[in-house]
Structure formats: structure tokens, C-alpha cells
Design a protein around this ligand. Structure first.
Ligand SMILES: N[C@@H](CCC(=O)N[C@@H](CS)C(=O)NCC(=O)O)C(=O)O
Length: 77
């Protein structure tokens, strides 16, 4: 699983913590939100909402945004 993230993002922290607690491996891809990486056409094609966190599961055809709420933890169960 690829996780698009930013080191100062609270929403991303929550998802990284939940994945760590569940022992789910991931490949972190760091964007720099202050430099505007989230607005790049390449990332917009991955996530039209232009926010992090975002996961990408390559074995599936879908790519869904992850809410940082507790719902994200529930979905990893
Ligand atoms: N509802 C989303 C919100 C995600 C969100 O707002 N992420 C912020 C960083 S914490 C972001 O990517 N902001 C982009 C920007 O400021 O341009 C979630 O909970 O995951």
C-alpha cells in the first residue's frame, strides 16, 4: 500500500498511527504541502481532493481517500 502523506499533517499522523497499530505495511510517499506538492497535476490525478492522507492499493483498481477520523481505524479491522 502506498500512503501519500506529509510530516506535519495531523490527519496523516492519525492514519500512520492506525496502520502501525494494525501492523499494516506501507510505502510512505511524502508530499510537501507548504511547497504546494498537493496541487501538482501528477498528484491531482491520484487525488482530485488535493489533500493528504491518501492511500493507493496497487493490487486493486480503486484508490480511495482516507478520512483521518476513527472510521479509518475501523476500516483496517
Ligand atoms: N477530511 C480529510 C482532511 C485531510 C486534510 O485536510 N489534510 C490536510 C493536511 S492535515 C491537507 O492535505 N491540506 C492540504 C492543503 O492545505 O492544501 C481527512 O480527515 O483525512
Amino acid at each position: 500500500m502506498k500512503l501519500y502523506t506529509y510530516y506535519r499533517s495531523q490527519a496523516s499522523f492519525r492514519v500512520r498511527i492506525a496502520l502501525n497499530l494494525k501492523g499494516i505495511a506501507r510505502d510512505d510517499n511524502f508530499l510537501h504541502l507548504e511547497k504546494g506538492d498537493q496541487f501538482a497535476a501528477e498528484y491531482r490525478a491520484i487525488n482530485p481532493q488535493m489533500v493528504v492522507p491518501k492511500r493507493s492499493i496497487q493490487s486493486r483498481r480503486c484508490c480511495r481517500p482516507i478520512p483521518s477520523s476513527l472510521g479509518a481505524r475501523a476500516r483496517t479491522d
